[in-house]
Design a protein around this ligand. Sequence first.
Ligand code: FA5
Length: 357
Amino acid sequence: MTTSPLAELSTHVSTLKSRIVQAATLAELLADEPFIVGKRSILSTLQKSLGALAPEDRKAAGAELQEARRGVEETFALRRAELENAARAIALEADRLDLGDVVVAHVTAPLAVGHPGIVAATQRQLEDVFVAMGFTVSDGPEVESDWYNFEALNIPPAHPARGMWDTFYVDLGEPETVVLRTHTSPTQIHLMEEAVAAGTLPIHGVMPGRCFRRDTPDARHLATFHQIEGLVVDRGITFADLAGVIETFTHAYFGADISSRLRPAFFPFTEPSAEFEITCTICRGEGCRTCSQTGWIELGGCGMLDPAVLEAVGVHGDEWSGFAFGFGIDRCAQMRHQIADMRALIDNDVRFLRQFS
Ligand code: FA5
């Protein structure tokens, strides 16, 4: 009488199942997989041996073997899931970040720590320079009435000087009465009004912030950019004080080797007015695309406060005088870091941004 190839099947199945259960790690179990349920397992060997059976016996033996295999595979799958869960729990415990009250798990890659953008960092550096010179820092609204952005600054409606600022109007109230501020100069008006109301003149302040113009972006312009406004109202202030502040600022921020110059200009709210320029740091004055071949870059405007502006906010011109300036913060960043095209500041290319961390 021939012995059935499946005579020892239940013993084989028990052996295989105990091998599965005894695997202590996922790696160990997976390494054993070919010998338990794969081609090198006893189950595969038995499968082949069924070919030697008479056809009438082969079907029943095949079904029996198939049932046994299903049982082994089920045990294998259960143990595999068990070991995978254990491995995941260990990895999570290792990657767990305890941030005080907030517990963040499931982090498998190190967190990239952010840093202030180049314009924000520049703004802080500029504030530091002016604070060291005795200025206070404040801010003002980005959405302004026409009165603050223009009229109080001696720019009445339909004045040709309005053409200096291509304005975004906000659809609020009467047409063209609410604007996205085109410069930080309206904060001068807010500051003087507050000081007059509180009786806290004199003023030595800087006011940084965002501005908006319908300017087409190019190497030196953006439609959303930043300025830092400066305002001094005190007794006996002269143009020499203004020139001294600008000179001190230039050397403190750009270094002693950068030249600056003031050129006569026109602003409706200052008289006399000047444009403040420094040597183009991209070409060191040789002339390039960034400075339109002039060798100079305009950083801002400045001048002595116009008596009409002082009068509009109730500051007595016979007692007080002062000056104001408004510099482009993005332009300062551009010159300090020799960025040929200002549009790089808003491209959000991390390879560019990472250089300034
Ligand atoms: C003004 O905005 C005046 N309010 C400055 C001022 C203040 C004059 C106080 C007198 C007294 P202007 O339009 O020239 O001036 O702009 C000043 C500076 O802002 C420019 O020199 C430049 O550095 C920056 N700037 C202006 N437009 C843009 C723009 N579209 N993109 C980036 N920077 C700009």
